[in-house]
Design a protein around this ligand. Sequence first.
Ligand SMILES: Nc1ncnc2c1ncn2[C@@H]1O[C@H](COP(=O)(O)OP(=O)(O)O)[C@@H](O)[C@H]1O
Ligand SMILES: [Mg+2]
Length: 411
Amino acid sequence: MSIAAFATVLVNHWQRATRAARRVLAPVLPTALLYGAVSATSLLAELGAPLGLGREWAWVEYVAILAVPVTFLGGLLRSRLAGYSVGELVVELGDKGTGGELRAAVSRALGDPSAEVAYWMPDLGIYADADGRPVELTTDDLARAVTVIERAGERIGALVHDSALREEPQLLDSVCAAAGLAMENERLHTEVLTRLAEVSASRARIVEAADAERRRVERNLHDGAQQRLVSLSLALAMARNRLAGEAECSEPGSRTVGVEELLSEAADELILALRELRELARGIHPAILTEEGLGAAVESLAERAPVPVEVLGHPDGVLPPSVEAAAYYVVSEALANVAKYAKASSVRVTIGRGGRGLRVEVADDGVGGATSHPGSGLEGLADRLATLDGRLVVESHPGTGTRVTAEIPCG
Ligand SMILES: Nc1ncnc2c1ncn2[C@@H]1O[C@H](COP(=O)(O)OP(=O)(O)O)[C@@H](O)[C@H]1O
Ligand SMILES: [Mg+2]
């Protein structure tokens, strides 16, 4: 009787059980069957059937009876562990959780290998998979169900899963919450990367625009003011020559002598003005860089420096103009600093290919102690290099000189 009652209770429970409850009950079924078979055998033996059961049979009965609660506990534990998988899902998705990994983790947590994750594309008004392919979610298949994933009241995606999972709303809710968090993180991550790319691109454009403007101003100075001053200087020289010719024919002590002196002073002034203008134009943009390249431009900086400069190595191959300009400004600023602050007796400029591209180094044997500050020349250089994904390193300890190194990725 008791066996029949036990079997009836078990079948009833199984029929009414949800997926989660079945997960608890499932391991009990085989042991219940075993217990039923053992009990039936014992009953038959008690009723006089010649089964020849020895004393050991009592042990088999004990084991069968014990197996039922033990497997029931096992089922409970299994269900708990399935609950943990949502926690694991959160941890796993916190680690990486993109695209296919999200789908795999979600189906593991749901215990549904066919589970799919779809992303809501608000601009297009459609769902798409991790690769951006449109996904149709309406399904006639009654075995499949769709659960929309929302965060802060906004739709961000959907789960397509076994409809039986509807009986486990808590599991579904937890998985949706974890997946929603991961999807939003993924979206924010992509958004941040896009913004970062936009910012670096616009920073590079700003530097390029400033360089173009400097080139334009230098051209204007060269073709405009400088040319006019050169013509003026020629005109003055001609006037002086003519005056000298006339003075030879006129009486000594005549007024032409005073005028000649004035003209000569004006010519000297003009030469100074021209020199200053050329320096100014070179500071705005070095024409030699555009016309003769980085090697020649660096040599000309070295020649003009007040401290002896040794230039080692030469930039080989064709370099992008932005890289050449950055390298030039590094040498120009570092040499200007040596002249202004270092009290050095010699400087060494080394240009060559380094691990990350072009490597430019300016090292002096001066007093050291260089530190960049907001708006300083060295900071400006670091900003310029950052637009090219390059970097500036300043090593300068008091008493040991200063070494400024720039690494600029190229080609
Ligand atoms: N080669 C050097 N030797 C010693 N001190 C230096 C050197 N280069 C720079 N410095 C110091 O570091 C400071 C920052 O340099 P920099 O960023 O070029 O600024 P600035 O615009 O004043 O030239 C300078 O004010 C100077 O005190
Ligand atoms: Mg400086």
